[in-house]
Ligand binder design. Structure first.
Ligand SMILES: [Zn+2]
Length: 192
């Protein structure tokens, strides 16, 4: 790995590793995403910043995510109710917002967000048999202010509520029904 390993980096990297070990137990033994057929993960080491994992899980036929209700049970791309789920609301605010899209990593050559944020608001989740779904992102009555930014559900990175509350970390969870996700992971394998 390039760069100087500081003591803090080693402590943080160790914490990432122990969280990953626990996460694998959640998937492997507790089947929190459903009964799986196989899973694979890649750990990406960046020059700056902490290592992070990209994981793919193939689910058993009976647990496959094939309709909007199944997607909504596992994945959310919205702020939860700020009173009923105050803790989760705060965690979404801290860990699961995309942007602001100012860095070169985020913007494409034409100056647009390469991850297409902000996403369109919509009332329902739409299952897409040939790729990623469109997640439910309803308008919220009171916009959320973070410093000088005002955000709504169009900026939320899809997450699983159980994982976000347990690990208090950025864990993007997506359902994918095509080989696109395999290509996504291969991209990271090839970089290493
Ligand atoms: Zn962006």
């Amino acid at each position: 790995m390039a760069g100087k390993l500081t003591q803090q980096y080693i402590v943080d990297a160790y914490s990432v590793q122990s969280k990953l070990k626990e996460l694998i137990e959640d998937i492997d033994k507790r089947h929190i995403m459903g009964v799986y057929v196989a899973y694979v993960y890649v750990i990406e080491f960046q020059k700056r910043g902490l290592p992070h994992a990209h994981m793919l899980i193939w689910l058993e036929e009976s647990d496959k995510i094939l309709d909007p209700a199944a997607i909504d049970r596992l994945i959310s791309a919205e702020f939860p109710d700020p009173i009923a789920h105050a803790n989760l609301h705060e965690l979404v605010k801290v860990h699961m917002l995309h942007g602001p899209c100012t860095s070169a990593r985020c913007l494409d050559e034409e100056g647009h967000c390469s991850k297409q944020f902000p996403k369109s608001l919509r009332e329902d989740t739409l299952y897409n048999p040939s790729g990623y779904p469109l997640y439910k992102r309803r308008p919220i009555e009171t916009p959320i202010h973070i410093g000088r930014r005002t955000v709504d559900n169009s900026w939320v990175v899809p997450y699983n509520a159980y994982l976000l509350e347990k690990y208090e970390a950025h864990i993007n969870v997506e359902a994918c029904s095509s080989m696109k996700s395999v290509k996504y992971l291969l991209k990271y394998i090839q970089r290493i």
